[in-house]
Design a protein around this ligand. Structure first.
Ligand SMILES: Cc1cc2nc3c(=O)[nH]c(=O)nc-3n(C[C@H](O)[C@H](O)[C@H](O)COP(=O)(O)OP(=O)(O)OC[C@H]3O[C@@H](n4cnc5c(N)ncnc54)[C@H](O)[C@@H]3O)c2cc1C
Length: 419
């Protein structure tokens, strides 16, 4: 603790400068904390770098749903399917996959959907408040479009619709010609569409994180580069984060290290099931055409986003070790399907990227205090929707740090919910 005038100023060290870390740091700074962020890289170069950019206040359907298991074998043998498992990593991933299947049970899905809705609904409003005028040109809330070629809705779609209705999500169902009216560059053959008017996207996920990181520095915080090795404890409390031989002192430590967070949690006695659901993107700097808004191909589970530096195709899930080599067949398969979606799409200068979604089995992040050190706060596990869930996560972290009453129920995000 340091003194600012007569007031003691509490110091917070935030480990990880991805979208979750920067928004936690800003929320703490707004409450008077002296904030230091530490990342091995420049801000936003982890999973937050390459995502699809979707900001989806209306996203409330968990990834694991009843009936999903029946679709998995077909996906696994489809080169262009949305899921692959790297067989040699299967033994290590199996316990997580079993939990994932259990999380898709009907009796749990409703609670997960409610928690996702609470976490996501205020997302854009928070971004707008935090960024102020900088939101212009960085975030566009012009809607999102889901499209299907398959004429008949599957059983999970019916459940997804019911969940959205229950949570008051506004959608508009579109037929083939209405889809083409919305996006004239799209190929024919898409028979069903769903428009989400309240959703949107960022034009550049990296610039978004770096803009927020700059705001932390403008507010007097520090954004440092270095490899954090462990959280230093004294008498059952964290006193800082050890990093490249020195200790960054803090009264509060926030673990927002994405997929690497479990190692820090494990050292504090907390075992959280976190799987790298690896995803890929293809960045097309000279795409020739642009989708009008963010569009998701729901048969193949990937999307195309119009960004300021081109069109980004992003998605697919690969269950594998975080450090396994990239498999270029995944982004190439997305690119092939995307070119069938948009016959005018050019792949000139295409660049591939892979990132690790830090995923829990139930699609909900962990936002909670550590068992052994109550001044360590976890903020990780945002899986497919970290960009969307990060603003409210920041608020919950700040509430845990200050003892103020959280404005949403924090119970679904407890670290010990996995038993
Ligand atoms: C292909 C793909 C598409 C996606 N699309 C979307 C989307 O459209 N919308 C959406 O909401 N979400 C999307 N996501 C998910 C989203 O990107 C993630 O949930 C989010 O980026 C997680 O943020 P994070 O801050 O927790 O992790 P990260 O961004 O990975 O940040 C963690 C940081 O911790 C640092 N770190 C880790 N260990 C250490 C250490 N020991 N010392 C120092 N630093 C360390 C890393 O360098 C990293 O910068 C997508 C993900 C993928 C892969």
């Amino acid at each position: 603790m340091t003194l600012r005038g007569a007031e003691p100023v509490r110091r917070a060290v935030v480990l990880g400068a991805g979208i979750v870390g920067v928004l936690a740091a800003l929320a703490l700074q707004r409450r008077g904390f002296d904030v230091t962020m530490i990342d091995r890289d420049e801000p936003g170069r982890g999973c937050s770098y390459g995502n699809g950019g979707a900001i989806s206040p209306d996203f409330c359907v968990p990834i694991a749903l009843p009936g999903m298991l029946r679709r998995v074998p077909k996906w696994l043998f489809d080169r262009e399917g949305p899921l692959v498992v790297r067989w040699r990593d299967l033994p290590a991933s199996l316990p997580w996959l079993i939990r994932w299947i259990r999380a898709g049970r009907m009796d749990r899905v409703e609670a997960h959907a409610r928690a996702l809705r609470a976490l996501h609904a205020p997302s854009y409003g928070r971004y707008r408040d935090i960024l102020g005028p900088r939101a212009a040109g960085l975030i566009e809330m012009t809607g999102q479009l889901y499209v299907w070629r398959s004429a008949a809705a599957g059983p999970t779609e019916a459940l997804a619709r019911r969940l959205r209705e229950r949570h008051g999500v506004e959608t508009h169902a579109l037929a083939g010609d209405e889809i083409r009216q919305m996006d004239g560059a799209l190929a024919t053959g898409f028979t069903r569409g769903l428009f989400f008017p309240e959703n949107g996207h960022t034009l550049n996920p990296l610039r978004l994180v770096q803009t927020l990181a700059r705001q932390i520095e403008e507010g007097g915080g520090r954004v440092l580069r270095g490899e954090a090795s462990d959280i230093v404890l004294e008498n059952g409390r964290a006193v800082g984060v050890r990093c490249s031989g020195t200790t960054l002192a803090g009264d509060i430590v926030v673990v927002a290290a994405g997929i690497a967070s479990t190692a820090f949690a494990r050292a504090l006695g907390d075992r959280v099931p976190l799987q790298a659901e690896r995803g890929y993107h293809v960045m097309l700097p000279e795409p020739g055409i642009r989708p009008r808004i963010k569009i998701s191909n729901r048969d193949h589970m990937f999307g195309l986003t119009p960004m300021e530096h081109g069109v980004r195709i992003a998605g697919t899930v690969e269950i594998a070790r975080p450090d396994a080599p990239m498999d270029e067949r995944r982004p190439r398969a997305m690119l092939e399907v995307a070119k069938r979606m948009y016959p005018g799409l050019s792949d000139r200068g295409a660049a591939f990227w892979m990132g690790c979604r830090p995923s829990t089995p139930d699609s909900l992040p962990v936002i909670d205090r550590a068992a052994r050190a109550r001044n360590v706060i976890y903020a990780f596990g945002h899986g497919h929707t970290g960009l969307t869930g990060a603003p409210v996560t920041g608020e919950l972290v700040a509430a845990l740090a200050t003892g103020e009453r959280p404005h949403i129920d924090p119970a679904p995000f407890r670290r010990d919910r996995f038993g």
